[in-house]
Design a protein. Structure first.
Length: 138
């Protein structure tokens, strides 16, 4: 069994954003040489997420508006922010949207269902954050 590890660095100019990672993950899969296995993609920060869904701009805007309604940005309204932080909402948004995804690798390609792609959800941006891509298989 082989493994391949890569770290992607993202820095969004906005506090909240959705970034399509599919092409970058596919490039790492090609570099790995793995034809059959599993690919893990993990947000390595507790205020960011990785999820699979449709690459449609309206849906992405809906996601960002939905999580904002569920956990609105409010510097004063979260106990976490009493520690001097201002990102209590971002921790909650990450929990809602998910930490990581695992995708099967079949014949050297990510084995997606129709319309599926991998996305990074940023909820406390404007600084460098890492995403782990770990591919294992043969």
């Amino acid at each position: 069994m082989k493994s391949h590890t890569a770290y992607l660095t993202l820095n969004t100019p906005e506090r909240c954003a959705i970034v399509n990672l599919t092409g970058k993950v596919e490039a790492e899969l090609a570099r790995s040489g793995i034809k059959e296995g599993l690919c893990l993609v993990n947000a390595m920060h507790i205020t960011a997420s990785v999820f699979i869904n449709d690459n449609e701009a309206g849906l992405h805007k809906d996601f960002l508006e939905w999580v904002e309604r569920l956990a609105p940005y409010d510097e004063q309204g979260y106990r976490h922010n009493l520690s001097g932080e201002d990102n209590g909402d971002a921790h909650l948004k990450r929990t809602i949207m998910g930490r990581e995804v695992v995708v099967a690798v079949t014949k050297g390609e990510l084995d997606f269902g129709p319309w599926e792609q991998i996305f990074y959800g940023e909820f406390d941006g404007r600084r460098n954050k890492r995403v782990l891509v770990k591919i294992i298989g043969e």
